[in-house]
Ligand binder design. Structure first.
Ligand SMILES: [Zn+2]
Length: 313
């Protein structure tokens, strides 16, 4: 028996099958259409295609969405990335797919995957932050995903580190959340603000060419440009402030940084670790702060694992 894991991102949907031994097959990747029903129909088509090619029956489907999902009703209240708004995602999926469907937040699934198969293996308590356009979060407590009372946890990207900081993005009314201090969006904003004020710098030149974003700014930092490096360092330090609070709160065994921005590696993690090791309560400084192991596939792997475990493994 096989299961299918589907990861819905802001720009693409990845779906792959895992056989009885949980060995993965090559995933299919398509662009994410906009809107709840369009996404559900795309998922159903992917599942049908993969199931038709499967050498054994598919038992269940796991789906990760970049959204908070009510565990009781299966509804997505609001998701900027997908255009879902008070949308019965669980019901629509069950109806369209015709197989048992398990649904969760994408970062929760990335945490599940890292715990079962990645950098969180052999650890009972894992904190994961996924850094990309936004910041997602996942918590493993005593070996299980912690989702809170209604499944809306753990939105660690909305931990505020500066109560008077910049307004948060998406549907978040808070200020100074780490999503607005050290996400890819935040880095892009800081690079551009610096470039506009300092047109004679390398960042300024890149901006004048219309080529400045979080990626190209990070590349400059990697080459040692002091201005880009200072901006990345500041973002890393804000990350470290949040990591300090997470360590103090959960006393985790390991703290993992995943998502597309994690390939900045020590440029971000170095300053974050410096702050964490200076500021966390001494007994909670024990957790290593590391890059997650499963890369961009973590959400899809976690979705397949959730389906596998959901039907009794
Ligand atoms: Zn926020």
């Amino acid at each position: 028996m096989s299961v299918i894991g589907v990861d819905v991102g802001g720009t693409k949907i990845a779906a792959g099958r895992r056989g009885p031994d949980l060995v993965a097959t090559e995933p299919i990747v398509i662009p994410t259409p906009y809107g709840g029903m369009a996404i559900i129909e795309a998922i159903a088509a992917l599942v049908a295609e993969i199931a038709a090619a499967s050498p054994d029956p598919v038992r269940a489907v796991g789906v990760g969405l970049p959204a908070t999902i009510d565990a009781v009703t299966g509804r997505v209240a609001h998701s900027v990335h997908t255009g879902m708004d008070d949308f019965d995602a669980a019901g629509a999926l069950e109806a369209a797919v015709g197989l048992p469907v398990f649904l969760d937040n994408d970062a929760n699934l990335a945490a599940l995957a890292e715990h079962r198969l990645g950098a969180g293996r052999h650890h009972a308590n894992v904190v994961l932050l996924t850094l990309g356009t936004g910041i997602g979060g996942g918590l493993i407590i005593d070996g299980e995903v912690f989702r809170g009372g209604r499944g809306h946890g753990a939105e660690l990207g909305h931990i505020s580190v500066d109560g008077n900081g910049p307004p948060c993005q998406g549907g978040c009314p808070n200020r100074g959340c780490i999503e607005t201090m050290c996400s890819g969006t935040a880095l892009g904003r800081e690079f551009r603000a610096f470039a506009e004020a300092n047109p004679a710098t390398a960042l300024g030149q890149l901006h004048a060419e219309g080529a400045l974003d979080s990626r190209s700014g990070l590349a400059l930092a990697r080459e040692g440009d002091p201005d880009a490096l200072a901006i990345v360092t500041t973002a890393g330090e804000w990350l470290g402030v949040a990591v300090t609070s997470l360590a103090n709160t959960f006393d985790p065994d390991v703290i993992l940084i995943g998502g597309g921005l994690s390939d900045a590696g020590e440029l971000l993690l170095g300053p974050a670790r410096d702050i964490y090791l200076q500021r966390a309560l001494p007994p909670t400084r024990r957790a290593p702060l590391e890059v997650a192991a499963l890369g961009p596939d973590a959400g899809m792997v976690g979705a397949a694992l959730m389906a596998h475990e959901g039907v009794g493994g």
